[in-house]
Design a binder for this molecule. Structure first.
Ligand SMILES: *Cc1c(COP(=O)(O)O)cnc(C)c1O
Ligand SMILES: [Zn+2]
Length: 408
């Protein structure tokens, strides 16, 4: 009983199934292949394309390598975030790609920006998706800026700050009494029923296109060289596969000479991609973790993520909540960067791998700052919850100094 199903869109890009290899034409309403595999945009291998880099804002500087042109850029400026050199220690240079500075505070904005642009280009006014929180907050922000209607489904475990952020942007939110995977099923049904675009991570081939611009930026910020390692917090595996695609496209165009090795960081509560490489890794599936953005029991981009690690000689690491909490505090106190737990997991993996001597002297390592700490301040609230700060009367300010006049 679908009343007003919008007309079908015409193809935007050539696509390919990541599982069976079948070729297809991609539109804003493309979903998975008939075989069940996820679809990917076939890269443009024309070197001349690359040199048509534009002065469009943010990630649209790479419009020549995106499925739609910069005329569909939104007004929020997504991407072109700083690559910060945090420190060089033991000969290893540690950098942070600070994607917390995107409009909604997470790397997901890259995917939403390109997905919404595709929807706008094809005249689609409603976008639907399932999310653990950040992707929905991102789509809600970018969709609001572009005057689109956004409908999201979230698992009931979504952190309150993320839910509030989604609501603030005016999206319609449905809590699903079930897992993220079940929320994905509901989103797909709604999208199909009302003829909307489904932006759910992995199922939508354009999210990877948006996120691959993060790899382009890192290479450009290192004067068109790949770093040696990029450490990627991994849930669905879409950021991981997008980083691999971005660097691979630059290599195919002759812009960078080699690929970085990627590190997939997961938690013991959701180690699915890591365990595909090493079944001996700790598995406490379903026990829950403070890193909710990577708490994904059924990764939506599993095959692409596994291929990304294979293609780059990457490794997978499983970290625990205690390491993640410590990294939230280290990143904030030592480097001035407040990350949400899932993002701090990249630093926890760096500490682990550095301790194992994995990084050679002279190596350049990039952590992805995928989400800001304000989205989920639980570790910080908990770390300082037992602390009751005494109140001092203003005229007694001298009590705040120790006997030699230094701050106590
Ligand atoms: C979504 C997200 C991730 C993981 O990305 P996937 O594509 O699901 O692997 C990591 N960190 C943050 C903060 C995120 O929002
Ligand atoms: Zn297929």
């Amino acid at each position: 009983m679908t009343a007003h199903r919008p007309p079908l869109s015409s193809p935007l890009a050539r696509g390919q199934c990541l599982l069976c290899g079948a070729a297809c034409a991609l539109t804003a309403r493309s979903e998975t292949c008939a075989c069940g595999g996820n679809l990917a945009v076939r890269p443009d291998t024309d070197a001349a394309t690359f040199h048509r880099m534009s002065d469009a804002p943010g990630l649209w500087r790479y419009a020549a390598l995106l499925p739609v042109g910069a005329e569909y850029a939104g007004k929020l400026k997504v991407g072109w975030t700083p690559l910060l050199h945090l420190e060089t220690s033991g000969g290893v240079a540690l950098h942070l790609k600070d994607d917390t500075r995107n409009p909604s505070g997470s790397l997901k904005d890259r995917a939403s920006e390109v997905a919404v642009a595709v929807a706008v280009a094809q005249g689609i006014d409603t976008l639907v998706m399932a999310s653990t929180g950040n992707a929905a907050a991102s789509l809600s922000a970018i969709g609001a800026a572009a005057g689109r209607r956004v409908i999201v489904t979230v698992p009931a475990t979504v952190p309150p700050a993320k839910l509030a952020q989604i609501r603030a942007y005016g999206a319609r939110v449905h809590k699903i009494a079930g897992s993220y995977a079940e929320a994905c099923g509901v989103a797909a049904r709604i999208a199909r029923e009302i003829g909307a675009m489904n932006r759910t991570t992995g199922l939508n081939p354009f999210t990877r296109e948006g996120k691959k611009t993060c790899a382009f930026e890192i290479a450009e910020q290192l004067d068109w060289e790949a770093p040696d390692w990029v450490i990627v917090p991994t849930g669905d595996g879409n950021i991981l596969s997008a980083m691999a695609k971005g660097f691979a496209e630059l290599q195919a165009l002759g812009v960078i000479a080699r690929l970085p090795q990627l590190v997939a960081v997961q938690t013991a509560a959701a180690p699915i991609i890591a365990r595909a490489f090493d079944p001996a890794l700790p598995d406490a599936s379903g026990q829950g973790t403070i890193a909710d953005s990577i708490d994904v029991a059924e990764p939506q981009d599993f095959h692409a993520a596994v291929m990304a690690l294979r293609a780059t000689g990457g490794v997978a690491v499983v970290v625990g909540d205690a390491e993640i909490r410590a990294s939230v505090l280290t990143m904030a106190a030592r480097h001035g960067v407040f990350l949400e737990p899932s993002s701090a997991a990249a630093h926890a993996a760096f500490v682990r791998l550095a301790g194992e001597g994995v990084f050679a002297r002279g190596a350049r390592v990039v952590l992805l700052g995928t989400g800001t700490g304000l989205k989920d301040p639980r570790p910080v609230l908990e770390a300082f919850a037992t602390e009751t700060l005494p109140e001092t009367r203003p005229e007694e300010w001298r009590q705040l100094l120790d006997p030699v006049g230094e701050p106590a």
